[in-house]
Design a binder for this molecule. Structure first.
Ligand code: SAM
Length: 366
């Protein structure tokens, strides 16, 4: 049983803390799917296709980038499809989202998408991307089976975009968003992270732009997953801040629909004054201040083929080496199930002993 927000209510037997799985009760051997000891079942798989990225967002990546993953350590297209197939066929995965790093940097992305979209039962296939290069590939990705895209865009001003991402590519991102919409990948979801004193004042402009163009905007609270490790409770823009910024120009009404595991709290937004006539939805993902861990349905696969049960895990379970050593599908499925059984109750950001994971967001797969 779970509650709708916060932490699962199943009593802890191990004292809590991320990855406190050693003394967890044994997993029922007949439990199907990716069940954890708090009663949650993961059906939503995030697959990181690469740790590399062509942006260097300050809250995500170090300025110098990450050391390239040695070629033989990254999963091949065949290995990715094999593991996703295990997830879909044996473990109840229903949604597959490709992310990274930047998934468009994989030359074999269209092939991987096509092969995953052909799996049975067909999973929903989506992409989280910075959209650089999407202008050239949106059509082929849609044809291969991408159902939805989320594009990350934190500013509509070239100078601010460059300051946040350390790269001058705003026009290419906007062209990618247009191409995704033209390819029918609608509504394009746009993810924005606000940074105090940098782009937070742009919140209403971003919303007006999204509504005018038929995109669905989501603001994501910044989480302690950056390379600089300078995140503090005082240094990020909260969901409450976002709401305050938006109501200066929009009326917001909570959308009365079940969240159904979705991380975003949705609001119906109606513009006033110069924004009159703008109408639509906006989401706010309050991962830090209003965590939704109790309803988390995610499982993650890193570019190296390790399962992470939570963004904030310190533990991972490698599937690549067993796969390369000849493990069968059932064996891989068992390893994956065991990894998810140990999923922590919550991200633990508020715990006194919270420690940021070694991997940054770009090396986990956001
Ligand atoms: N390169 C792709 C992109 O830009 O969307 C996919 C990877 S990126 C890590 C995925 C998402 O994670 C982006 O929307 C990004 O804004 C978000 N992200 C990265 N670091 C974050 C952090 N510290 N807190 C919250 N969101 C973060």
């Amino acid at each position: 049983m779970t509650v709708s927000l916060g932490l699962p209510v199943v009593p802890r037997r191990d004292g809590g803390g991320a990855d406190a799985g050693a003394s967890a009760p044994p997993r029922p051997s007949d439990a199907p799917g990716l069940l954890d000891r708090f009663g949650r079942t993961a059906t939503d798989l995030r697959v990181s296709l690469t740790e590399s990225c062509n942006l260097r967002c300050t809250y995500c990546m170090p300025a110098e980038g990450l050391p390239a993953l040695p070629r033989d350590q990254a999963l091949t297209a065949d290995e990715i499809v094999r593991l996703v197939d295990v997830g879909v066929r044996l473990l109840g995965v229903r949604q597959v989202r490709f992310t990274g790093g930047e998934p468009l940097l994989r030359r074999d992305l269209v092939e991987i998408v096509g092969r995953v979209a052909a799996l049975e039962p067909r999973p929903e296939v989506s992409l989280t991307t910075n959209a650089i290069g999407l202008a050239e590939r949106a059509g082929s990705l849609a044809a291969a089976g991408v159902d939805r895209v989320n594009v990350s865009l934190d500013s509509l001003h070239a100078a601010t975009f460059t300051r946040v991402t350390r790269r001058p590519f705003l026009e290419r991102v906007l062209a990618g968003v247009d191409a995704a919409a033209a390819a029918g990948l609608t509504p394009v979801k746009v993810n924005a992270v606000l940074l105090p004193g940098v782009n937070d004042h742009e919140a209403p402009d971003l919303l007006a732009w999204a509504l005018r163009n038929g995109h669905e905007l989501r603001f994501i609270e910044q989480m302690p997953l950056g390379a600089d490790r300078d995140w503090t409770r005082e240094s990020f823009v909260t969901a409450a801040d976002v709401r305050r910024l938006l109501v200066e120009r929009f009326d917001l009404r909570p959308v009365d629909e079940p969240r159904d595991g979705a991380p975003a709290e949705l609001f119906a937004a109606t513009g006033r004054g110069p924004d009159a006539g703008l109408d639509g939805r906006v989401g706010i993902i309050a991962s830090v201040t209003e965590p939704f861990c109790a309803d988390c349905r995610r499982t993650r696969l890193t570019a190296e083929g390790s399962v992470r049960s939570c963004l904030f895990s310190h533990a991972e379970t490698g599937l690549r080496d067993p796969l390369r050593a000849g493990a069968g599908d059932d064996e891989l499925a068992d390893l994956w199930r065991a990894a998810m059984w140990a999923k922590p109750a919550g991200h633990g950001i508020d715990d006194p002993g919270f420690a940021q994971p070694t991997r940054t967001m770009s090396a986990i797969g956001g």
